[in-house]
Structures are given as C-alpha cells and as structure tokens.
Design a protein around this ligand. Sequence first.
Ligand SMILES: [Zn+2]
Length: 562
Amino acid sequence: MNMGNIRRALVVIIILGTIQACKAAPEGNMVDFALINGKVWTGAAGVPWAEAVAVRGDRIFAVGTTAEIRRLAPAGTKLVDLGGALVLPGFIDSHTHFLTGGFSLKRIQLREAKSREDFAARIAAAARELGKGRWILDGDWDHQQFSPPELPRKEWIDAVTPDNPVCVNRLDGHMILANSLALKLAGVTKDTPVPPGGEIVKDPATGEPTGILKDMAADLVYALVPEPSFAEKLEAAEASLRHAAENGVTSVHEMADAASFEVFEELARRNALTTRIHVYVPITEVETLARLRLKSPFGSPYLKLAGLKGFMDGSLGSATACFFEPYTDDPGTSGLLTGQMFPEGVMERRILAADRAGLQLAIHAIGDRANSLLLDMYEKAVAANGARDRRWRVEHSQHLRPADIARFGRLGLIAAVQPYHLIDDGRWAEKKIGPERIRTTYAFRSLRGAGATLAFGSDWPVAPLKPILGIFAAVTRRTLDGKNPGGWVPEEKVSVEEAVRAYTVNGAWAEFAESAKGTLEAGKLADLVVLDRDIFTIPPEEISGVKVRMTVFDGKILYGKD
Ligand SMILES: [Zn+2]
C-alpha cells in the first residue's frame, strides 16, 4: 500500500466512523451543503489532503473524496463545485486589535503619506470634513515613507488645524504626533516631567516639544480624547467583522481592554458575531480575574475571555523596543521598558499571580532584553508553581539572542509572531540595530526548530488583516521595498505548509481550542476558507496576489459566491 492508498483508506475509515455515529441521529438531511471537487488541506495528522467537505449545522459532518461526500448527500442537497480550488481551515489571526481596526477602516489614513505636504494635506482634509473642535485621530503614519525618513512635527500641521486637536499615531501605535492645540489642552510644555516608560521628543535647539510623544507619554494626550459612544463602537466592530469575512479570517485573538469585551459581548448576545473572538484583557486586571476564580479560556465558541495581555517594552520603529545594546543609529538609547514594568517587580508579581490563578499569559516583548527578562520571569513562575499545560505566549518575540531562542523551546512557549512586520521592518531594521542582531530577528525557522509553537497573526490595524499576505511574508521574506527578492535573512523562511499551520492549527492550540477548530475534520466547527489559487503549488512570490473566494463560518457561507 503506498502513502496515497493509506491516506485514502484512513479517509474512508473516518467517514465510516461518522456515518456510524449518524445512524443514531434524528431523521432528516445528514448534510446541509457540501463543497466538492476541491483540493482540501485538512491539517489533520495522517490525512492532510482530501477533495470534499460536508457540512451539517455548525459542524463539519465529513471530509473525504468527492465520490464519498456525494454519497452522503441526498438528492437536492446543495453541492458547491469548487473546480479544484484550494480549501483551508478558516484562518485564525492570533494577534489583532480588532475593535480598533474597525475604527481605522473609517478614519484618516496616513499610512501612504510620502511627504510633509502629502501628510499635511490629508490632515487638512480631515479637519475640513470633521468640522471645528473635533479630534483628528488614528492615521497609522509611517515616517519611513518620507524621503529622507524623519519624524513628523507639529509645525507641519498647525497651520491647517488651528481648531482641531490632532492625535495621530504611528502605525505601530508606539508614538503619536500631537499638534500645538492638543499639546496645549494636555498642558504639555518643555517643562512637563517625562512619564516613566515614555518620551517627550524635544527640538534640540529650542527645547520645545516637537509634538512626538512616545509610549507612556502619549497618554498625556490620549487622556483627553473623548471616548466613542457604545453605538459607534458597535458599528466599528461590525465593520471589523465584515473585513474579517472578506479575508477568510474566522477567529481572531483580540488584544483588548475590558471595554471592548463589552462590545463583543453585546454582538454575541445578538448572535451577530461572524468571527470567533478570543479576548486578552490587560494584565493589570489580574487581581479581579483571580478573585472571580475565573480560569481561562472562559466563554462560548463565539466569544471567550482568553487571559491576560501585558507589555514589556515598545517597538523597533519607535526606537522604544528594549535591547541589551544601544541602537546602532541612535547610540544614546537602548529602548524603554513600559510603564507596566514599574514599580520594579510588579510584572513578575502579576505573572506569578496569573499563574496561580490558572490564567493564560500573552506578553508583548520586542527587543532582545525585553524578551530575555520575560523568559526569566516565565522560568521563575514555572519553578515556583510547578509544571502544567500553560501555553504561555510571547507577543512579537521579535529580536532574540540565540540562547533565548533555545529557551523558547525549553519553556514550550508560543511565539505569537506577525510575518507582515518582517517584510515591512526589514526595509530599515538593519539601519537601526546593525547586521548582527538582524540574524535573529523574526527568527521563525529557528524558533520552530527550537520547539516553540509559531502562531501567526497580523497585529491589525498595525498591519493588514490579510493572512494571505502573512503567509507570503513568512514564505518569501521579500521586503516591501523589493530590495530582497531572495528573502531578508532567507535562512529564517518557513514552508507554505508551516505558514498555513501557524495560521490555523497552531492558532487553535494557542487558545486551547484544538479539539474544536484549526483542522478540517468531522465533528469540528465548520469554519473554512476557499482561495482562488493553490498557494502550495504557485511560485511563492505570487502568493500575495491570491484572493479569498469564499469564507464559511459556523456552517454558513458568509462571504463569496458558490
Ligand atoms: Zn499588537
């Protein structure tokens, strides 16, 4: 028996098993609809490939050959002929700011602004549209787009925003540009004390704030921004859900605050969630959750409280990621630890408390020192509380010393990484941290080799909510500027299958949901995506152009034509 026959035999055994199980089920159609004549990557151990999937209710009823699935479907059952198209388990995006993303779909877009004039013109247009007095927010600007790259300044926009406070963020969310009006409202002057974990950038000549506020310093202005109404939040969340469906995303891990949980809870109550939401709330809530004796994950298949999200440091692009050695292009700094690290020892106490309470941790660490400090704390917690199935995560796991990559494996950690960041940051990362440290930057292959689990995500709206682009990025490592056609640090590329697994199977594992989703197997939730081209066989550089043809969520065709 060759491998193909063995696989087919296993498929038949599995199908017979499900038929057996269904004899006892009540009368009526066994199958609501089926996808046939496809190329189905199931992700299941031993039976990775099939041709067809039958769906009943919210579950996958059977997976097998087209002939087998046809036999299960009585006359009149809806059959969708895929004409050979590729089917994957629905994508699980393991790191989003999903509610924020919904707002960003509607607000001012500065990501593509390529010059001072362009930047100011977009802000001026927003001021006209919003009218006097309203805040201009979001933006997601990227100063690496300017030539030469330079941080924007309040003077660029003050003339066009005399009556609108401006608080627009860099796309990584780790710094903002405030205009003079916003600084005035916030009382920020050259004499304002710098909050720990933050920076007020000042003009070297005059000592005046330039308008750039980094990390914790941005809170001086954010504190004044009016909270959107609940109705506006619901609207934003609905926009996010539509956007997810278009991109084949059927589950997201939401790095959120308690307020956003309330929004998704309301949508769950209305049966309106068309993406499964797995919410991490700030680690500052650890005592509350511990008092409630709430073990994570807790909730329904649609909405779960996942655990706790913390922050060790900032970001590379804002030069606030915390390194052992100074930045190559700015030897005066080696980055910042965030406010959550102060007073000293508080992060470690919270990690220990979360562990005692049985709560999953997802902690942001970008610089090599931030990662190393976090691994120290994780090790101490394991030593103190003993072995158990923790599935702790390190969000971004971006710059790692080689010895720390091995520690990821020993601790069995989840590296929750975002491949799109690497083709974005890869344009300028070497300038910031030099040729040596980039060897172990976004080191996906090494992390996997060391035994860590890769869970892929987007960090939307920091990067596009498009798993296809994430897969393209992880497989090709081609930077957005086209300067690395063979891949940036190519030895860290992963295969298409590894990338798909990191967006499906591993995402499910990262949320303790591997028995319910992440693969296409009988009995699992019917979440799946159909692509218009076969990413396993086309040249990898063409993956970025692949489109989502259909998204099935919870047993319903949510997006696309059949
Ligand atoms: Zn994030």
